[in-house]
Design a protein around this ligand. Structure first.
Ligand code: HEC
Length: 100
């Protein structure tokens, strides 16, 4: 029985480490993508046009989907939002939500 735990424990640790680094990768991807927003929305999403930092998870994603669908007119954001995949918008949303 002890041997089994010795075999399983490293596997669990490896799985946790992989999950942790996947999380970190989403964070980095989100930060890199969000640098596309800073020119207009300020560094880290504040200090420019509408603040986009520190929202609840899902808010920015939903807004971007609305911009993509043309529900918010055909302003600059409608054009800008078209450049992102769903996964990229999720990464943006998550990263921006962590910014204060
Ligand atoms: C070239 C300037 C520009 C860039 C770059 C830009 N935005 Fe915007 N954004 C605006 C302007 C102007 C508005 C307000 C007018 C509007 O809604 O179109 C806005 C509005 C928004 C809103 C709506 C906010 C609210 O409270 O309703 C969100 C969300 C948003 N932008 C997200 C982003 C994200 C995320 C990025 C980067 C991926 C980004 N924007 C890049 C100019 C920009």
């Amino acid at each position: 029985m002890k041997t089994r735990i010795h075999v399983i424990a490293p596997l669990v640790l490896a799985a946790l480490a992989a999950a942790g680094s996947a999380q970190a990768q989403v964070g980095q991807a989100g930060r890199l993508l969000a640098s596309n927003c800073f020119q207009c929305h300020g560094t880290n999403g504040k200090g420019g046009f509408d603040a986009i930092n520190g929202k609840s998870v899902g808010e920015i994603y939903t807004k971007l989907k609305e911009f993509q669908a043309g529900k918010e007119g055909d302003g600059i954001m409608a054009k800008h939002a078209l450049g992102y995949t769903d996964a990229q918008m999720v990464a943006l949303d998550k990263w921006l939500s962590t910014q204060r």
